[in-house]
Ligand binder design. Sequence first.
Ligand code: XBP
Ligand code: MG
Length: 240
Amino acid sequence: MLHALILDVDGTLADTEMAHLSAFNHAFAQVDLDWHWDVPLYTKLLEVSGGKERIRAYWESRGDLPKGIYGGAVEQTIGRIHDIKTAAYEQAVQDGLVQLRPGVLNLIHAAAQDSLALAIATTTSPVNIASLLQRTIGPDWRMRFAVIEDASTAPRKKPDPMVYRQTLARLGLPASACLVLEDSANGLKAARKAGLPTVITVNSFTAHHDFRGALRVLPNLEGIGLPELREWHHQALSAA
Ligand code: XBP
Ligand code: MG
């Protein structure tokens, strides 16, 4: 029996990554770095979950990351870039540049009417979730989610299953009572390692990922209601 839907945020609830990308480039310019990420490069960099981790991975890939005694300065610089990036992303959300994906709001309303619990399991920063959902769902957005696990509570990022295991523990439910909605291979791996059946909605940054092990791979949630999700969940449990 399905008791909860666990939702990823970036790329699943909303197409956020163009706004994240612009915010990263804005932050690089603000700290006088001549770095610029274009869409093909960012698509590749998204293989690293988490904004700070992504900056570090890129810096390492350039081969000019200071080492040894400069380690603390590197962390500080990454932290400063990421703070500027987070503020710029929040501004983009406030400016209405990020929308929920098709079918997402309907599903959130349907879950409430059906007493199906909703949870969020994301690697993103908590302020990103709050600004996005406040703007797109409304001031009562927080009441709609029984549990939120994010970068502040689950520091080991996807594909590590930490965020999903903690979500299950806080929901007090076994993996078999839940269904995950994700958009990326890292998200799928994290959910599957936690034993969770997972439906994928792809986007332009993730359509090429390997989604073996997913229950369904869909273009988006348009026209998908709770009956479909319950049926797929049932099929997953019967096949297990
Ligand atoms: C999304 C991410 C996030 C965002 C940026 O992964 O990796 O890092 O791109 O957010 P997922 P922060 O959807 O799999 O959770 O800069 O706040 O980390
Ligand atoms: Mg995602």
